[in-house]
Design a protein around this ligand. Structure first.
Ligand code: ATP
Ligand code: MG
Length: 332
């Protein structure tokens, strides 16, 4: 079985619709056909300030949501990044083969740091993509299911893996991004020119899966569309409507052309009402399942402990080989 690896940050508590459609939904499908490793990336979360109690709670909330979304600990390895120390260890090694200029070209860093200002931006945020490189290479992943915003980090991963292999001998599998075109970028409901994002979206622009379903319905109904009235998929001319069609199509399994046909002659209100209903039907059981996992933290923690143990076995082997190739003297 080919191997997949991916991660999600425990920031903000709730996952948003972009996280689910762009990433987590694929994770659930891939556990059937792949040797799958999925993690809550708490070490990535601390690249921006976090309240300790909230971070701890949100890490469990993230794990509970992954289980509620359909990850099955019998079919995949689910763990918390910081439970596997090899991530930080390999990240250091990869930092030492990354060019400063190369890291400086990462657009997500440029965007996030520009928003924060230089004084508040951490070195951790700068080197975040290199930690992500380590996350992936530790597991010798063949594929990495992510949203479009991670494509550049995947390119960096491939470059660094190849560089290390060339210098020190074959050590790492060169991974491929696994990006589902249709849902690779879900847009902000209020500003369909930007991606829906935990850190950048306004509350009205983001559909949080753990929101009260009434709030979700309201957000869908007040989504920005355009002054035209035709329900047609056109990313350039009609980004808001196209975003809603993408979401509805994915959640119902009806193709976009079929949706276009069924809304012929109808107004945006009809599309929004239907989408709101589909969304509520989706998030209501999701919320309940998440809560059930959170109500039983001992079971949840046991799942994560077992996942970490399985992950460590793989990660430790890759790290040992890496240290050996580098010429680090083994401890006696
Ligand atoms: P932040 O804005 O703080 O980076 P985020 O919303 O991007 O948060 P992450 O935890 O960084 O959330 O991302 C988890 C996964 O969700 C990644 O694979 C990412 O590519 C994917 N993802 C995030 N936003 C979207 C989106 N709008 N559409 C599709 N996929 C997305
Ligand atoms: Mg992100």
């Amino acid at each position: 079985r080919p191997r997949v690896l991916s991660g999600i940050q425990p920031t903000a508590g709730s996952f948003h619709l972009g996280n689910y459609l762009g990433a987590v939904r694929q994770w659930v499908a891939l556990q059937e056909s792949h040797d799958a490793f999925y993690m809550v990336v708490d070490l990535h979360a601390i690249t921006v300030p976090q309240d300790p109690a909230e971070l701890r709670r949100n890490t469990r909330v993230a794990a509970a949501q992954l289980l509620a979304a359909g990850l099955d600990p019998e079919r995949c390895t689910l763990f918390v990044q910081s439970h596997v120390p090899e991530h930080a260890q390999l990240a250091w090694v990869m930092n030492c083969v990354t060019g400063f200029g190369e890291a400086s070209r990462m657009t997500q860093f440029k965007d996030k740091s520009a928003k924060q200002g230089a004084d508040r931006t951490t070195v951790g945020l700068f080197t975040y993509p290199v930690l992500m490189v380590a996350d992936i290479l530790l597991y010798q992943a063949d594929q990495v299911p992510v949203g479009e915003d991670q494509r550049q980090h995947l390119e960096l991963t491939r470059d660094l893996a190849d560089r290390f292999n060339t210098r020190f001998g074959d050590t790492f599998t060169i991974p491929n991004p696994y990006i589902v075109k249709e849902t690779a970028k879900i847009f902000d409901l209020q500003d369909p020119s930007i991606k829906m994002s935990k850190s950048a979206s306004s509350p009205k622009g983001i559909v949080d899966l753990l929101d009260d379903p009434k709030v979700t319905a309201k957000k869908v109904k007040s989504a920005v569309t355009d002054t035209d009235t035709v329900i047609r998929f056109d990313r350039e001319a009609k980004p808001g409507v196209s975003n809603l069609l993408t979401i509805l199509s994915t959640l119902t399994g009806t193709s976009v052309p079929d949706l276009e046909r069924s809304y012929e002659g109808k107004m945006y209100g009809a599309l929004k009402t239907d989408l709101a209903e589909v969304m509520v039907d989706f998030v209501t059981p999701f919320r309940n399942r998440t809560q059930e996992y959170l109500d039983d933290p001992e079971t949840l923690d046991a799942i994560l402990a077992k996942g970490a143990e399985k992950a460590r076995a793989v990660a430790a082997e890759t790290l040992a080989t890496t240290y050996d190739r580098l010429g680090l003297l083994p401890a006696k």
